[in-house]
Design a protein around this ligand. Sequence first.
Ligand code: HPA
Length: 271
Amino acid sequence: MSEPSPTHQAAAAAADIARLTGVAEHDIAVTLGSGWKTAVEHLGTTVADIPAAEVTGFRASAVQGHAGTLRSLVTEDGTRVLVLGARTHFYEGHGVAATVHGVRTAAAAGVKTMILTNGAGALDPDRIPGTAALITDHINLTAVSPVTGARFIDLTDLYSSRLRTLAHAVAPELGEAVYVQLTGPHYETPAEVRMLRGLGGDLVGMSTALEAIAAREAGLEVLGLSLITNLGAGLQSGALSHQEVLEAGKSAEATLGPLLARVIRAIAADS
Ligand code: HPA
């Protein structure tokens, strides 16, 4: 038997979510990256929290600091939020379709707005670790695309300027950044950090760009948010470690949850 297509997998996953949560459709989906996972506590009332492994095509997260559940929430204004705590990274080796399965599932679950969050290293030494930035654009250096076949998807306004305006209105402290996705899982060399800066990047990480492309292909409007967890290799003294990335997330936790809640409220109020 041949593998089910990504679209069928996403439809099956959305059916699982509807059955396991009792919620037929969701409005907004949020993928939680490094440092963002406790934000979920601020976003609304939990309706159901499902281990990722119970939903078609999902696997428990391989990375410490990434929650392994899919959670259905309802906000005070009645917005249905699907929180994807189980992200599959491209570096896990399961392929690009597995990497973007969460986004495609969100679309199949009725979602119209995809919020992608991540932890990222700064390519610009003037950025401040522990602060968050809106992604304005990306540079995909993974050398792959989630789109197959002759589908020529426009990415001009991939990180929706409409959603960025809404987010800025309620979180004026947010910076703006061009995000570069590499495959990882190794961090960059200092020479690569200098090169990426020269290419026009502000932040570097190992997620988000592929998901954003798949989200756009699926017709979703995308908002991207990065927590700056560290300065890139060579811009800070000493080595980089995943521990440091997690610790930056921990110290920013208190602000990220309320920030995300404000942004979601603003998006819901405008739709
Ligand atoms: N490089 C790549 N990915 C990252 C970094 C980094 O410096 N920090 C957090 N994710």
